[in-house]
Design a protein around this ligand. Structure first.
Ligand code: HEM
Length: 182
């Protein structure tokens, strides 16, 4: 997993909790990298999972809630780091439709070792998008947070429902994303 995901996670822990909480999380996670991440390095995604589990125990919040909040934060970071990816898109659903076909493809060109999920998109109507997530890694809750962060970024109120299953070593999640125009 690309280092920026780790460096941003550590920054969020420090901002939302404290530097002491971050130190405890790093100490108790048994990390091969010892937490010495750089934004362009690659690290085992299990380290991310170990850190989130350690944080969950430390601050007594569910793992999924922490990952979702992190995804929301991460969207803002990624879109400001790569502003050209937005182009002239001005709605969350339009942008989400480009993640698989454009955004992650550009990411892969920049970082050939990036491990990205796949999304099949079905635009049901102007206000409704079905996204089918498929990955070898269990990060669909991160996707949920990224989808919500995308809604916030574009100022769109999204209702997101999802259901997950595992099949032949893949994690699959069907998201239904509705723009409720509040
Ligand atoms: C500006 C927009 C975005 C950029 C630049 C971006 C870039 C990235 C990068 C760099 C990674 C890490 C790759 C690695 O670990 O090697 C990643 C992973 C991921 N991205 Fe995106 N992303 C964006 C938007 C989104 C959105 C909107 C979603 C959700 C629909 C999404 C879903 C994911 C997920 C779930 C992962 C974790 C890997 C996995 O599940 O297998 N991304 N993305």
């Amino acid at each position: 997993m690309l280092g920026i995901v780790f460096t941003e996670f550590m920054e969020m822990v420090e901002d939302q909790f404290s530097a002491d909480v971050l130190d405890d999380v790093l100490d108790s996670s048994n990390l091969d990298s010892e937490g010495a991440y750089t934004s362009v390095g690659y690290y085992d995604h299990q380290e991310m999972i170990r850190m989130v589990v350690a944080l969950s125990k430390k601050v007594n919040l569910p793992v999924d809630d922490l990952i979702e909040t992190f995804g929301q934060h991460l969207f803002g970071v990624l879109i400001s780091k790569y502003p050209t990816l937005r182009g002239d898109i001005d709605s969350a659903l339009d942008f989400l439709e480009t993640v698989d076909s454009t955004v992650h493809i550009q990411v892969k060109k920049l970082y050939p070792n990036a491990e990205l999920p796949e999304f099949d998109c079905e635009r049901i109507s102007n206000d409704r998008l079905n996204l089918h997530y498929r990955s070898k890694r269990p990060f669909s809750v991160l996707a949920l947070g990224l989808i919500k962060g995308c809604g916030e970024f574009f100022g769109d109120t999204l209702e997101v429902s999802h259901s997950s299953r595992e099949e032949k070593g893949f994690y699959l999640t069907d998201f239904v994303v509705v723009d409720v125009h509040e």
